[in-house]
Design a protein around this ligand. Sequence first.
Ligand code: SF4
Ligand code: SF4
Ligand code: SF4
Ligand code: FES
Length: 345
Amino acid sequence: MNEVTITIDGLQITAKEGTTVLQAALDNGLYIPSLCNHPDLVPAGLCRVCIVKMDDWKIAISCKLPVKEGMVISTEDPEVQQIRKNTVELLIANHPMTCLTCESDSNCELQRVAHYVGVTPDSLKRYRRSVRSIPMDTSNPFFDIDPSKCIMCGICVRTCDELQNINAIDYGLRGVNSIITTLGNKPIADSRCESCGECVVRCPVAALAPKNTLQPMREVKSVCTYCGVGCGVLLGVRGDKIVGVRGDKENPVNKGSLCVKGRYGYKFINHPDRLKTPLVKKNGELVEASWEEALNRIEEEFSQHKGDQFAALASARITNEDNYLIQKFTRAVMETNNIDHCARL
Ligand code: SF4
Ligand code: SF4
Ligand code: SF4
Ligand code: FES
């Protein structure tokens, strides 16, 4: 693809033809405030915060403005500054001011944009309205929905549609009453939502927020243990406990995406019922045993249960070579074709 040269605030940058001005700026380390843009999604042009002025004095939203050779763009023109500040002030007019106790504090795009465009308590006064009183939807076991914090950027709706192809949520009602909701305005737990959390991780504010999370003190790169896809994960660790999981964007398998199991099903790791040693049945009860004792018992029992009274279930989380050995062992040693694999479930 051809490259074009454009100028943003006096700086010349190059960008691939077909890129938007916003993406070209971000790719070159230049910040243009935006709220409804996400690199994984088709630009929707909803928030109007990313406006810039072109050399013909027209104002345009940079997330939908394709780059053109020789284009000259201003992001700091006084008119641009005034319009985007007013836009953000209107967005915040009925937003809860609970940043200190908010799930998204310090990781909130609205906070970042408000600081950047220069919103101050004084400038907010003329627009300030009471916070929308809409009940939270806490029906999902993994995340909560707080419509009073929603800025209607549509990122969640587009994520569920464009990336997940599920369409569990959409825009509902009209005007100032607009909300993100499910078909029939049912609790999200009663909708077709699969709890993948992809919308939650992209929500720029805390309108979609994971339940009961603790901030990790460090992150450890690992691989999800659930299925054969082997998604890359970043385990959030605090002390010796895992307190959260993020998809690893650098992993070529999942590029940051996760399903409900990989993202939210991590509590088994520190669960008191987790098996950490082999259990052997003695007098009808399972008791802890050494590996040597357990393997001797397996050898003893297996030799007495050859043929079709035996079946083996292999695992998607072991190597192809190990799976090959299990089927070979089942067929050649245990003399049965009763062999299956958890990836079929
Ligand atoms: S969503 Fe952002 S701006 Fe709103 S209360 Fe939370 S941290 Fe503050
Ligand atoms: S959690 Fe997944 S399925 Fe549910 S609304 Fe969000 S993106 Fe859609
Ligand atoms: S819930 Fe979050 S992602 Fe969805 S529209 Fe509201 S602010 Fe945007
Ligand atoms: S980011 Fe361009 S309109 Fe929202």
